[in-house]
Design a protein around this ligand. Structure first.
Ligand code: DP6
Length: 363
């Protein structure tokens, strides 16, 4: 499907005012997106588990204004005005204007809240941008009765990608692919799609317990991070490896082979960090406690034959992934052995979920 499909018409039936509320979850990548081209096109395909509990709820209220050549909006997080969020949203609005022609016709009030603490070091851009994109797309759906549910969700994902790449993987679930891959016909660089093949029972209700090792501000912004892959000495091998790992995962999901799942997922996490360590400038985003946790997980697996494993984002927090039938034992292990490495003993229990939901609609 080509990008032109998402260009919006000029509408002349704009309602005076209204509001939409959506909730949208975060997601955790198994094969990582790291490196992008112009216009938020990923350098390699990625695949993620959609999360269930870590989510953003956003209300967009809109009132018609005299059209002038500027965007007009205000942003609140937990009822507090957040002017520091404005530049990112302004950039987002600029990027999506060709796709939502009415953006300059309204004043928008954007009210948002997260189920996880803002300063937890958990990326809120995936849940935040996908919830915002869904609210804005709901306005277009109101104007155009020809918009089908299938087109709606694709375009929300398309728009969310322009806000933050990984956000395009948060709309559906429980497994989403983003980026063109040879063996997944419906995959696209422009939006995320639900993983189309058979998934073994082993992956049903998979758990993700997020250990908050470092709740501080991100040391490297994602924009800076992705740019490090330009002229990176290992970039081409890395992109090829992501294609290969995704191919292998297709078989893993089919057969339920958790041993191979662990190998791919942990290798992807360490490769992501290896890319950061070998770029110029270079970064180490793990903390000593990140490594302590990884070593404890490896030791526990050796002792018990558990299928628990870890993955990492571009930070120090550890996502502990494990199958539903190990919920009790792994939680006990986390409480006994890993909590000590979390900042203030904090961790968040999550599991895979099914994407964004419309909460209210007022027109
Ligand atoms: C390490 O989606 O935050 O979490 O497109 O610049 O907003 P932008 O980047 P972002 O990058 C996330 C990278 C990652 C891996 C992943 O989620 O695939």
């Amino acid at each position: 499907m080509l990008e032109e499909q998402f260009i919006s018409k000029e509408y002349n039936n704009l309602p005076e005012k209204g509001s939409f509320t959506w909730s949208s979850p975060s997601n955790i990548a198994l094969v990582k997106y790291w490196g992008k081209k112009e216009n938020q096109i990923p350098a390699n395909p990625s695949i993620s588990f959609t999360l269930n509990n870590c989510k953003t709820t956003t209300t967009v209220s809109f009132t018609k204004k005299e059209r002038k050549d500027n965007f007009s909006f205000e942003v609140y997080l937990d009822n507090e005005k957040k002017d520091d969020f404005k530049p990112k949203i302004e950039t987002f609005f600029k990027r999506i204007l060709p796709h939502l022609s009415f953006l300059k016709d309204y004043h928008f009030k954007i009210e948002t809240s997260n189920t996880f603490p803002h300063s937890s070091g958990i990326a809120s851009s995936a849940s935040g941008m996908s919830a915002l994109a869904a609210c804005l797309m709901s306005i277009e759906k109101e104007l155009n009765s020809e918009i089908t549910d299938e087109y709606f969700i694709k375009k929300v994902s398309f728009l969310a990608r322009l806000g933050s790449g990984s956000a395009c993987r948060s709309l559906e679930g429980d497994i989403v692919v983003w980026g063109k891959h040879d063996e997944i016909e419906e995959s696209s660089d422009l939006f995320g799609v639900n993983y189309p093949f058979k998934v073994h029972q082993n992956f049903k209700n998979y758990n993700d317990t997020i250990l908050l090792v470092d709740k501080g501000e991100k040391q490297v912004s994602s924009t800076v991070g992705h740019n490090l892959m330009h002229n990176h000495p290992f970039a081409e091998q890395r992109f090829a490896q992501a294609h290969k790992n995704l191919s292998t995962l297709i078989n893993v999901f089919k057969t339920g082979d958790l041993k191979s799942f662990i190998e791919i997922v942990e290798s992807e996490a360490l490769t992501l960090h290896a890319m950061m360590m070998t770029s110029m400038p270079y970064f180490i985003l793990m903390k000593p406690n990140t490594l302590e946790i990884i070593n404890k997980i490896w030791a526990y697996r050796k002792e018990t034959n558990s299928k628990v494993c870890f993955t990492l984002d571009a930070g120090a927090n550890v996502h502990v992934l494990y199958p539903e039938n190990e919920t009790e034992s792994v939680l006990e292990f986390i409480n006994n052995e890993l909590v000590a490495y979390c900042q203030n003993g904090h961790y968040i229990c999550d599991r895979i979920g099914f994407g964004a939901k419309l909460i209210t609609h007022l027109i």
